[in-house]
Design a protein around this ligand. Structure first.
Ligand SMILES: Nc1ncnc2c1ncn2[C@@H]1O[C@H](COP(=O)(O)OP(=O)(O)O)[C@@H](O)[C@H]1O
Ligand SMILES: [Mg+2]
Length: 273
């Protein structure tokens, strides 16, 4: 099914390129006439189609994850840093609480980055129009009993009605106006997480924000000894999480238990006050 749809989406690319090209030519030859605005509309709509096709191809392409050692703390840090500017200018505070107990595990770091960026972008969008507290909290933890890593992303947005909570993971389900959402983000995210043997769920009480919960099994490379994993954890950890970028306030919790110990940092909104 996926490959059939991917084939159709791919086939749409060529005629779409023709529509876009012709619209541009029409725009040029119709300059200063009322047809110019119509040509612009055709071009904008075909561009949107092309974007949907591109997103759809990313979704339908069921390529297996490329496994490599991943330090979740580093992936989270990079994703937050990517969106830090936009979040700060929207007066959103981001708090990151990374557990030191999370080991390095085998995963596709780029895909996990994509998931976290998508979830942050959704939280950002959800909070754009609310007054009061705007905060996103990312928390990582490791459950040694099940050998699973857990990452939660909580926002203080409007939350999600119970009847919509299952639907939001369906492809093309969106509550955003045309041009703002494709409805592919969460289905893409869930696909990636499930390819990793993990789960992606939501918990939300309308009016009280939403929490997206990702769990992933900790798969370690056969060759890697425990000592190697610990060494990589430390070095990757130090390379990323101990380097708060400008605008971040860092602190380390003082718990003596290694499973409880975590590093936390906050990106504060740039209110100028
Ligand atoms: N953090 C959130 N708070 C409230 N609603 C959310 C949140 N994340 C996702 N949603 C809802 O889930 C829908 C689907 O999300 P998604 O699959 O990413 O598609 P899109 O962002 O293009 O709408 C959104 O349109 C929105 O209604
Ligand atoms: Mg989205």
């Amino acid at each position: 099914m996926g490959s059939l749809l991917a084939g159709v989406a791919h086939e749409l690319n060529n005629p779409l390129a023709v529509v876009m090209g012709q619209a541009m030519l029409l725009r040029e030859s119709a300059a200063n006439s009322p047809f110019a605005a119509r040509a612009d509309k055709i071009h904008a709509a075909s561009e949107r189609c092309a974007r949907i096709v591109k997103n759809f191809l990313a979704l339908a392409r069921s390529r297996p994850p490329e496994r490599g050692p991943v330090a979740l703390g580093g992936v989270v840090t990079q994703a937050v840093e990517l969106l830090a500017y936009e979040l700060r200018t929207s007066s959103i505070e981001v708090e990151v609480r990374l557990s030191e107990a999370v080991p390095v595990f085998q995963a596709d770091g780029h895909q996990l980055h994509q998931v976290i960026v998508n979830l942050l972008a959704n939280a950002h969008h959800a909070m754009r129009r609310i007054g009061g507290l705007r905060r996103i909290i990312l928390t990582s933890a490791f459950d040694a009993a099940t050998a699973r890593v857990r990452l939660t992303i909580t926002d203080t947005g409007p939350g999600i009605a119970p009847e919509l909570q299952a639907k939001i993971f369906e492809p093309f389900f969106t509550t955003k106006p045309p041009g703002e959402g494709t409805g592919l983000g969460l289905s893409l995210c869930r696909g990636i997480v499930e390819e990793h043997g993990g789960t992606l769920t939501v918990e939300s009480q309308p009016g009280h924000g939403a929490t997206f919960v990702m769990t992933l099994p900790v798969i370690t490379a056969r060759r890697s000894s425990r000592r190697w994993s610990t060494m990589v954890t430390r070095s990757m950890w130090q390379a990323t999480a101990s380097r708060p970028s400008p605008g971040c306030t860092a602190r380390t919790s003082t718990s003596s238990s290694p499973t409880r110990r975590c590093r936390a940092w906050t990106v504060r909104p740039s209110t100028g006050s």
